[in-house]
Design a protein around this ligand. Sequence first.
Ligand code: NAP
Ligand code: GLV
Length: 326
Amino acid sequence: MARIFISCEIFPEEVKRLERAGHSVEMHPAGVIAKEELLEKVRDADVLICPLSTRVERAVFDAAPELKVVANLGVGVDNIDLEEANARGILVLNTPGVLTETVADLAFALMFAVARRVVELDKRLRAEGFPGWTFIPSYLGRDVWGATLGIVGLGRIGAAVARRAKCFSMEVLYHSRTRKPELEAELGCRYVPLEDLLRESDFVVLCVPLTPDTRHLIGQRELSLMKHTAYLVNISRGPVVEEEALVKALKEGKLAGAALDVFEREPEVHPGLLELNNAVLTPHIGSATVDTRRRMAQMAVDGVLAALKGQRPENIVNPAVWPGRL
Ligand code: NAP
Ligand code: GLV
């Protein structure tokens, strides 16, 4: 029997699956767990199931001498100190794939919202009423259909964004760590250096993981290369964009708008962004649909149950560690 701590609320049926397998489970109720409470709760834990807001750092590993598995409810694992996990033989699991289409949908929702001023004009209608159909220059947005889309990071989510873009007759450029000839053939997208992508795109969508190479990938210089009519959409991780530089560029009209699902210092949001009508802001909801969050919880629990039975889970982030301390 293993002791499992879950540091956020998940679907009760998934908790029951762990219990039915004979494990003891404690779950943190709604809300983000405080660091002190986390350190206390992992003291006896064999397994930690956690959301991206749980930072699994050295102090957490130190506080959890029995820990064998960390299962992240998400695909990005930048909240986990992987070096430390590897050094201690702790298996790290994530939930790739099951959220791809849902996140790609949000990329398009954000593109439309910012380019067609959906949020701004909804607020304005509520405040000022609907003046009737007439020519109002400040209502005018830009077309997504037929525009040039630049995808940075053509992985699972980037490719799903590119597939959708085809249906909107968009020209798709991409920049990624490695070229993807098969996707180029399938989707007709064109590989370009990052600078060319920034210069040529009407929409730039960021789909890279947060790594030392991608931190502040988009800063003042990169923003200055973008068209003043272009939009930046970030569905990856906040620190990929230098937020201070973005706020300045938006204020100075150096680009038309930005739509951000992620922020540099979550859960803080740069106060400058909150003042801007040409910024659409969502609270890291890329995977937040009922079905997808259910699939993510199922995948995390499947992985934990398999690992605890000595079976190799599919979704291991650090496969060299297997079987680690199990
Ligand atoms: P993925 O399949 O691993 O795709 C990431 C892509 O980025 C890969 O093609 C990778 O290149 C490329 N890449 C890595 N480093 C790069 C660099 N320095 N420059 C250019 N390209 C680089 O991952 P995914 O499933 O699509 O997820 C991507 C990220 O989205 C996650 O890591 C997470 O941070 C974020 N995400 C956010 C939400 C949300 O709620 N907003 C939800 C899910 C995921 P290679 O092909 O060479 O590996
Ligand atoms: C969400 O941000 C994820 O990485 O799954």
